[in-house]
Design a protein around this ligand. Structure first.
Ligand code: PMV
Length: 315
């Protein structure tokens, strides 16, 4: 018997960046996120002679996964070893939130495999131990994860705002040199701007939440932009400085400014990597795509609607 979990990554509109010291991935800031439906991690789990995890065929160090494995097994009556095979339909560890979908798929898949029947909020808390953003990815649609909370929750389903589109501009697809885990910890320890980031992020979160409630793309966009730029200003000012941006990232940021100046509702965000993700409405997509073609020729662009709930089943 094997189990398959298919999960889309969670893209933060308002960012989680920084952990409360002494706890396992408890966020210092509240985040609000959207599920990127067009891309996914597919994870199959079957009984094996010993625990093993592969991602896109590459054998992984078990450290990262043991907390999730052990947490689900602790609730199971037959905790046999497992072989876990995960594949991503998009570049791994390149700032595209592959850890959010991968770790969420592991927690959800193990729950069905071991027949533990855990609540979604418990699985969110378990997935969080592998990767903070995975706490949000156990749900589809729009999600929130409050500062200091063990688990995330869904704030609106995938069909809540059907016009929303996410465009992911992949400017470089290699693995990032510094993981988000290491980057956020060093930021907390060394950036003089870190306290300002955590103190002001709650206001951004509340404004973004209210804009989502009103389905107000402009209101959401303004806050989204503040959130990623404040997050990056803590990275730029850490020691050593952490600069994930590439020249093409800035070219896309500038392009969004130009498009907005011309009246197009498009707002960018970035995570721990050089890729730029744009939030817009379906009617603007053709215009944005042709502008991107000129500004960053050759970049791969993924177009997405808001993603639905994960699918977990026996195969
Ligand atoms: O969960 P992690 O360790 O992959 O960190 C995610 C950090 C960001 O992607 C930059 C922000 C977020 O809220 O997803």
């Amino acid at each position: 018997m094997s189990v398959c979990a298919v999960v889309s990554p969670s893209l933060a509109l308002v960012k989680y960046w920084g952990k409360i010291p002494g706890a396992v991935n408890l966020p210092a800031t509240s985040s609000l996120a959207v599920t990127i439906g067009a891309v996914r991690s597919s994870t199959t789990i079957e009984a094996g002679d010993e625990d093993r995890v592969t991602i896109d065929g590459e054998l992984q160090d078990m450290d990262r996964f043991l907390s999730v494995l052990n947490a689900v097994r602790a609730k199971s009556s037959g905790p046999v070893p497992v072989h876990v095979e995960s594949t991503n339909s998009f570049p791994t560890a390149a700032g595209l939130a592959s850890s959010s979908s991968g770790l969420a798929a592991l927690a959800l898949g193990l729950d069905l495999f071991y027949e533990t029947g855990l609540e979604r909020s418990e699985l969110s808390a378990i997935a969080r131990q592998g990767s903070g953003s995975a706490a949000r990815a156990v749900y589809g649609g729009f999600t929130e994860w409050l500062a200091g909370s063990e688990s995330a929750s869904q704030v609106a389903p995938a069909d809540y705002w059907p016009e929303v589109r996410v465009l992911i501009v992949i400017v470089r697809s290699g693995k990032k040199p510094v993981s988000s885990r290491a980057g956020m910890e060093n930021t907390r320890l060394t950036s003089p701007f870190y306290p300002a980031w955590t103190e002001t992020s709650d206001d951004l979160f509340r404004r973004a939440r209210a804009a989502l409630e009103r389905r107000d793309i402009e209101g959401l966009g303004v806050v989204m932009r503040q959130s990623y730029l404040r997050m990056f200003s803590t990275m730029f000012t850490s020691e050593p400085p952490l600069i994930y941006w590439e020249p093409e990232s800035l070219a896309v940021i500038r392009l969004c400014e130009e498009l907005r100046a011309g009246g197009t509702a498009v707002w960018e965000t970035m995570d721990a990597g050089p890729q730029v993700k744009l939030i817009t409405l379906a009617s603007h997509v053709p215009q944005i795509l042709s502008a991107l073609e000129k500004a960053v020729p050759g970049s791969r662009i993924i177009q997405s609607e808001v993603g639905s709930d994960p699918v977990v089943e026996h195969v």
